[in-house]
Every structure is written in structure tokens, then in C-alpha cells.
Design a protein around this ligand. Structure first.
Ligand code: ADP
Ligand code: MG
Length: 754
């Protein structure tokens, strides 16, 4: 915490850091009970070691839970001695006049002062709580109003009223005991600099020496994660520590400098958006300069930066975490919850990923799992998992469409189910269509209301904005059950020094009008996915809705209207994916095997000179697949080749995502065009890409290296995309294998199924 130099009285030394630990555990208790010690101009802090008058201080008031409530800077204006003989006994302390408050603190101080004024006006007259700093009028030295130059323009007017003038009403369910109230608040000197926060993860995955009996299924979601397991042949969801069915995929750093995950982390999303990592799955395995990351950076309050290799990485206070580490912290939480629940070690899992996840993203999930102490038995596509939850053990013969509308993305996949065979035949989606987009439409509505009410644009800060977004989401979810939702946001922002509260009643009708176009976009994707396989809506036997946002009645209605039938109610939208993963885990361990046949979600190709792309493996190609591509040398005596591998549907390299560079070395020298090489691209059932190469004339193997760093070709791509230069290297890398020497008979075009 750094601050302005002192005011002259305190010299121009740096302010003394004060950490004030309060006895109250909740903000409500704090608002009521601490009110007598607080005014718009300052705060009275009880301590047996007050700082001398004139000392510049940087202070933080924290609840007993460690949560920060007020933070700012000020000047010690008076010091009080202890008086045990007074009634009630008076405690020693110091009055601090605010010179600076952060925006959230300013709002809270304003709310407390306004609340106290309202109680005063209402004539509340309960005696003050003993031990609170309540001082008989006239005993405290008057406080000088500081020179205007000392008060930054955005401060609450620094007129420090005497705290303790107002009685404290008795509250029900009080947290602090009388003894605690009698004790002065604990005031600690804030240490200069912050101690490094330990990240509770190993630097590299540790090998699993004793695989556990249990294999769990994990839906590592963008918004929520969910774990499930099969016991006695029945799959069920493992409840979180707090008893919820899902765990928010959120990691945060608390004011106590500890990393928290899940519900605890979600709890501070409102007050500390910049220190709360959510939606990180969308950044996983993506280069910082990719279009998706660029778009997301504008949406997240936390900082996204590039690591030394150019990958997107997040900042959390003093910490820099790789996105894999964020995912690992979530997976570790899931693992621990599962262990506690099952009462045994769990170090094996089936983890689901979106169907569109590319090679690198899948590798990133594997790596994250390794850091979390989990061995990945199989990476499973989310739609296939949902289909497993729907059809496992039911011996169906159906064609289904899995409609997955989650927090950030939309996916639609058509699967053909035949008994134990689950075959994806077409898949598609929208990376930027999900619940948050629905929330944004309501947030815009609230902002328009604010503007109408106040007469200017929104004057709130980031915290106020996240309160708006949170309220928008609450309204949206509530409107899935009811038709009207009254929304109240007290003390949302300050306008001309006065707090502004917002009260808006949102109706389902209004919501549906706002988000109708978004739902239409999801239907358009369904249309494309059907069209890609020449299917008609009548060819779909069932539509399976998954993802929290699919609970919206409008989604049900539009889906029913498009497909001409109501969607299935057979699976739970939040749990189906995890249950499907658990079922696959179970089937891997038992004789009841299932056969999963997937398609390639996004085309894979190689960069050509001039920024074009040659597609090698096409979108929707059935997996596993093996395709060959012939090359010949273009220079006399050429002994090397380099291929830039890209993934995407664009015909231009600039529109695709870079996967890696394959270097072929050790070619036999010869006249140009005479040395021919066959490069084979092979994608296995789990969408892992393998590249191999063979020199045709001699049938000699050629060494192939799929590098994680782009060579000159990669650099060209950077130029073609017009993005910053540098080292846009890739984590994980692709698997490159070398073909066995001289295979006389060409390998089959397609590997076995399953
Ligand atoms: P993800 O797959 O991204 O982890 P989820 O499937 O958990 O996401 O869906 C989260 C989204 O679902 C959020 O945007 C949330 O607001 C939304 N959601 C949850 N419950 C409801 C509901 N009852 N009505 C509408 N939307 C909901
Ligand atoms: Mg999901």
C-alpha cells in the first residue's frame, strides 16, 4: 500500500501501514456495530499503541474472516488515553481523518453514514454497546478541517465528526462476544511488501506411482465444474464442500493472501473482480495474441498477460499464474472434494473438454491434471459425455443433437447412438455465445435505467460494474422460474457526492426481447450442423439440452419450434457432462465397454507461401483418420523442410490458429523436385495429432519434429497476421513420430474404430 506523502505535520515520510482486524465476521455486523466509530470524514481506531498526532497512515480494516472492508489513507488527528473509570469504560485509540479512500470503501462509508443518519432520524435510542468506542460528547478534541490541498478531489468531504455520538442498536445473532468487544481492535503494522504467496502445486506433474481404485468423471467447465463417480453401477454427482452440486471454476487471492477456489473464490468476485480469475478455461492453451484472447481481455477485470513463450497467462495480485495452473487449482479442489467424499485416494479421472478444443488445449488439460495429481484416463468431448449420460445402458438406436449452452460458449453436436456405439457425425458451435452474453444484455438495460434516473452515463467503478453484472445474472436466472423480478442495487455508485441506488423491475417478456437474437444464433448453429451432414430436423430423434443457460424457457421454446418437438428432459443440464465422464470411466474399468467415434471439430492444414492454407484434415472427418500429403523439394540439394501446421476453417493462415511447426531434416540431397516426401497426418480417437514422414524413393525414414516454437514459417505467419513479432511459442507441442523404416505396404487409410 503506498500513498501520498504526509501533510507536513507528519513530514513527507511514507505513510505507516496499519492493519485493523475487527471482531465482526460479516459486513452487516460491521455496518451496524462499527458505525459509531466511523463517519464520512474519518475513523476511530481502538489501540493501546496509537500513532502520534500528525502521522500519515495507510490503513486497512478487515473483518475477522480476513475480508477487507475499508481501505485508504489518512492522518492521525487525535489520540485518546484509556479511562477505565468512565461509563462505559473508555478504551485508548486514535482518530484518523481520511485523506484517501478507494472507491468501494467510499461507497461503504457513505452507506454506513447514511444508515446512521436514518436511524438517528428515526429516533433509535438503544444504549451504546459496551466496549465500543463511545465517548461522551465534548471529551474529544475538536478536529481541524484539513486544508483543501490535502484532500484529493474524489474524497468524501473530510469533516470528521466525532464518532460514538450515535447509539448502536442491538442486533440479533451477534458475532463478537462481549469480551471481544471489550478488547481493542487488533492493530498490526502492515509489512512493507507482500510475502510471496505459495502456489500449492508442483512445478511439474509428479508421476502417479499407485493408481487409485476410483476413477472419477470431471466436467471442467468454463463457469462451473462438476465431478461424478459410478458406485454400485449408478452414476452420481459428488457434492462440493459446501454441499452444492457444482463448483464455480474460479480461483481468487484473498486479502489474507491465500489462494481460494470454488465457492469461496466466487464470494469475492463482487468486491475484488481484479483478483478473481473466472472463465480462464477460454484462455487455456491459447497464445496471448490470438483473436480469442484479444477479445476476452476486454471482458475480464483481471489482467491477462503473455508469458515468456507468448501464451496467455493471468495476474493475481503479486502472482502470475499460467492458465494450466488455474485449471490445476480447480482440478485439485475437485480431487480433494472427491477424496473426502469417497474416503479414499483419487488420482485417476476422465476429464471432458469442448469438442472444438484443439490439440494444444487438450494437452493443456492433461498437463493441468498432472499438476493437480490426476492421471487422465481419457479426454472426452463434452457432447459425447452428455450423450453417454442420456443413453448409457439404454440400448437405444437414435440420432440425437446435443445442444450445450453454457456460460461462455455454445456447442451443438449430432450423434448417432446405436447400443454401445456413440458416433459423432457433425459438430459446430460459437465460441462467443453463452450465458455471459445474456447477462450483458440485461446489464445494458440496467445501465440505460441508470442513465435515465441520474441523467448522466454510469459513474460507478469496476466493483459497481461487477455488482451490476451479478444482479443481471441473478435476474436472468430468476426469470427462468418467474415472470417478474424486482432488482435492487443500493448504493451502487456516487453521483455528485450522493449515493445512487438502482431499483428496476425486469420482466421475462423484456428479457426475452433482449436475448431473443442470441437464442436465434444458437438455432442458426444447429441449422449449419445439420446442413453439414445433409440432415433435416426430422432426422433428429431427440434434442438433449445441457449447460445452465439452456434452462431458460425461451431456449426450450425456440428449440421446440425449430425441431418440431420438445427437447428431452432425460438429463440434468448441469450434471450430464460429469455423469457421462463418470460412466466412461466406469466402462473403461469394466467389461461394459462403449465405442466412441468422434469427428474432427476444426480443420487442420498447413501454411502455403502467400498466406494460404492447404487443408489436410477436414472438419467433421471421422476419427481416427490418417491422411497423406506429398511434397517435393524446390531447391537443388535441399535437405530440410518446414511445415507450419494450422487449425481453423479460414482459407487464409491469418484466420487460423497456429498449432506448431514440423521440421523435416536429413533428406537425401538431389536435384530439385526429385526428392519426394510423403507426410502423414494422423489424428487418433482423442484428437491427438501425429505427423510422420517418409522419403519415397529410398523409403527412408525422415526425422520429423513437431516443435513448440515456430520456425521461420511461424514468423511469416506472424507477419501475415499483422500481429506483434516475438516468440509466439506453443506449450505442450504436438506429438511427432517417425515412421518405421521402409514400410513396404502403405498403412490403412483409417485406423480401427473405438
Ligand atoms: P459452463 O459449461 O460454461 O461451465 P454452465 O453449464 O454451468 O457453464 O452454465 C452457466 C451459465 O448458465 C451461466 O451463464 C448461468 O447464468 C446460466 N444459468 C444457470 N442457471 C440458469 C437458469 N436457471 N436460467 C438461465 N440461465 C442459467
Ligand atoms: Mg459446460
Amino acid at each position: 500500500m503506498s500513498g501520498d506523502p504526509g501533510d507536513g505535520q507528519g513530514g513527507d515520510r511514507r505513510p505507516v501501514g496499519l492493519l485493523v482486524r475487527l471482531a465482526y465476521a460479516t459486513i452487516d455486523d460491521f455496518r451496524l456495530r462499527f458505525a459509531p466509530n466511523l463517519s464520512r470524514g474519518g475513523v476511530f481506531v481502538q489501540t493501546r499503541a496509537p500513532k502520534p498526532v500528525g502521522t500519515a497512515v495507510a490503513f486497512e480494516l478487515r473483518l475477522s474472516t480476513g475480508e477487507k472492508v475499508i481501505r485508504g489513507e489518512g492522518l492521525v488527528r487525535w489520540v485518546e488515553a484509556e479511562d477505565p473509570g468512565a461509563t462505559p469504560p473508555r478504551l485508548p485509540g486514535m482518530g484518523i481523518q481520511f485523506t484517501k479512500l478507494d472507491a468501494a470503501s467510499r461507497l461503504l462509508v457513505e452507506a454506513i453514514a447514511t444508515g446512521r443518519e436514518a436511524r438517528e432520524a428515526g429516533g433509535a435510542a438503544t444504549p451504546p454497546a459496551r466496549g465500543m468506542t463511545t465517548h461522551p460528547p465534548g471529551q474529544r478534541p475538536p478536529v481541524a478541517t484539513p486544508e483543501p490541498s490535502l484532500a484529493p478531489a474524489d474524497l468524501a468531504p473530510p469533516t470528521l465528526t466525532r464518532p460514538g455520538a450515535t447509539p448502536v442498536p442491538a442486533t440479533a445473532g451477534t458475532t463478537p462476544t462481549q469480551a471481544e468487544l471489550d478488547r481493542p481492535h487488533r492493530v498490526e503494522q502492515l509489512l512493507a511488501g507482500v510475502a510471496p504467496v505459495p502456489i500449492p502445486l508442483p512445478a511439474v506433474p509428479e508421476p502417479i506411482t499407485r493408481p487409485s481404485r476410483a476413477v472419477i468423471g470431471i466436467d471442467l467447465g468454463t463457469t462451473n465444474s462438476c465431478a461424478a463417480v459410478v458406485r454400485d453401477g449408478r452414476p452420481y454427482v459428488i457434492p462440493s464442500r459446501e454441499g452444492h452440486r457444482t463448483i464455480p471454476s474460479i480461483v481468487a487471492l484473498t486479502s489474507r493472501q491465500t489462494l481460494v477456489v470454488g465457492h469461496l473464490a466466487h464470494a469475492q468476485l463482487l468486491t475484488n473482480p481484479a483478483g478473481t480469475i473466472h472463465g480462464a478455461k477460454r484462455l487455456l492453451g491459447r497464445p496471448f495474441d490470438s483473436a480469442v484472447v484479444e477479445e476476452l481481455r476486454g471482458r475480464y477485470a483481471y489482467q491477462v498477460v503473455a508469458d515468456a513463450e507468448g501464451m496467455a497467462t493471468v495476474k493475481l495480485g503479486p502472482l502470475t499464474l499460467t492458465v494450466e495452473q488455474v485449471a490445476a487449482l480447480i482440478l485439485r479442489e475437485v480431487k480433494e472434494v472427491a477424496q473426502n467424499h469417497l474416503g479414499e485416494e483419487v488420482n485417476r479421472a476422465v476429464i471432458t473438454v469442448p469438442a472444438y478444443y484443439n490439440e494444444r488445449q487438450r494437452q493443456a488439460v492433461r498437463h493441468a491434471a498432472g499438476l493437480a495429481g490426476l492421471q487422465v484416463e481419457r479426454i472426452l468431448n463434452e457432447p459425447t459425455a452428455a450423450a453417454l449420460a442420456y443413453a448409457y445402458g439404454r440400448h437405444l438406436k437414435q440420432r440425437v443433437l446435443v445442444f450445450d449452452l453454457g456460460g461462455g460458449t455454445f456447442d451443438a453436436s449430432v450423434l448417432e447412438l446405436q447400443d454401445t456405439i456413440y458416433q459423432v457425425v457433425s459438430t459446430g458451435g460459437d465460441n462467443f455465445l453463452g450465458g455471459v452474453d445474456f447477462d450483458a444484455r440485461i446489464t445494458d438495460l440496467l445501465l440505460r435505467h441508470y442513465e435515465k434516473q441520474v441523467g448522466t452515463g454510469f459513474t460507478g467503478d469496476r466493483v459497481a460494474l461487477s455488482r451490476l453484472a451479478d444482479a443481471a445474472e441473478r435476474a436472468k436466472c430468476a426469470l427462468s422460474e418467474r415472470t417478474v423480478f424486482p432488482l435492487q442495487l443500493p448504493f451502487l455508485a456516487l453521483h455528485e457526492g450522493k449515493p445512487v441506488s438502482l431499483e428496476v423491475t425486469v420482466t421475462r417478456e423484456e428479457l426475452e426481447r433482449l436475448v431473443g437474437p442470441l437464442v436465434d444464433r444458437s438455432i442458426d448453429v444447429c441449422r449449419d450442423v445439420l446442413l453439414a451432414r445433409g440432415l433435416a430436423v426430422a432426422d433428429i430423434d431427440e434434442v438433449i439440452l445441457v449447460g445452465g443457460q439452456s434452462r431458460m424457457p425461451l431456449v426450450h421454446r425456440k428449440v421446440a419450434a425449430f425441431f418440431g418437438k420438445a427437447p428431452s428432459r432425460a438429463v440434468h443440464p448441469d450434471e450430464a457432462v460429469a455423469l457421462g465422464a463418470a460412466l466412461l470411466a466406469h466402462s473403461l474399468e469394466s467389461a461394459e465397454g462403449v465405442v466412441l467415434i468422434d469427428v474432427l471439430s476444426t480443420s487442420i492444414g498447413i501454411a502455403l507461401p502467400g498466406g494460404q492454407v492447404k487443408t489436410i484434415l477436414h472438419h467433421n472427418t471421422e476419427l481416427p483418420v490418417r491422411k497423406q500429403y506429398g511434397l517435393s523439394t524446390t531447391r537443388d540439394g535441399q535437405t530440410e523442410f518446414e511445415l507450419v501446421v494450422l487449425q481453423g476453417e479460414s482459407e487464409l493462415a491469418a484466420g487460423c490458429e497456429y498449432l506448431g511447426t514440423v521440421a523435416l531434416t536429413g533428406l537425401p540431397p538431389g536435384p530439385r523436385g526429385m526428392v519426394k516426401i510423403v507426410v502423414a497426418f494422423e489424428m487418433g480417437a482423442e484428437c491427438l495429432l501425429t505427423v510422420s514422414a517418409r522419403e519415397m524413393h529410398t523409403q527412408r525414414q525422415v526425422s520429423v519434429r513437431m516443435s513448440t516454437r515456430p520456425g521461420p514459417g511461424g514468423a511469416q505467419r506472424q507477419v501475415a497476421r499483422g500481429t506483434r513479432s516475438g516468440a509466439p511459442a506453443i506449450h505442450g507441442g504436438l506429438h511427432a513420430t517417425v515412421t518405421p523404416p521402409a514400410p513396404r505396404t502403405p498403412p490403412p487409410a483409417r485406423g480401427h474404430r473405438g
